[in-house]
Design a protein around this ligand. Sequence first.
Ligand code: FAD
Length: 106
Amino acid sequence: PPDVEALGRGTWTLLHSIAASYPESPSMSQQSDLLSFVKLFSKLYPCWVCAEDFRTYIGREVPKVESRDNFGKWLCGAHNDVNRKLGKPEFDCSRWQERWRTGWKD
Ligand code: FAD
């Protein structure tokens, strides 16, 4: 259904933008807030099959909240997991900041 796609596009934009604005050296309370957000998000995301698979992913790959780049790469891996499931091309996670924070250089 198209709204799962529009919801997904908008949500990935929000999630990758949160990674882009997350500190390079977050405090303990910022780290615990982000971890809580990811876990609550995985319970509340209004595409239930999507949310269930995302919770499974979180159980397998513990969210890395100790720095911006670690979280951005973890999130990129989560997005690639969905890309693989849907037969979409995988994204090169070494370039997540170019796409979501600094802008493409070429
Ligand atoms: P999207 O996948 O929405 O990506 C948007 C943009 O992000 C792309 O154009 C690209 O520039 C960039 N991008 C792509 N991959 C990455 C990456 N790995 N890291 C960083 N940037 C990237 N849909 C389903 O049908 N079934 C599901 O089970 C499902 N689970 C989902 C789980 C979550 C948590 C979310 C947020 C979405 C889920 N979706 C699911 C929606 C799906 O991922 C897509 O958002 C939707 O199919 C629209 O795809 P799109 O091709 O427009 O690009």
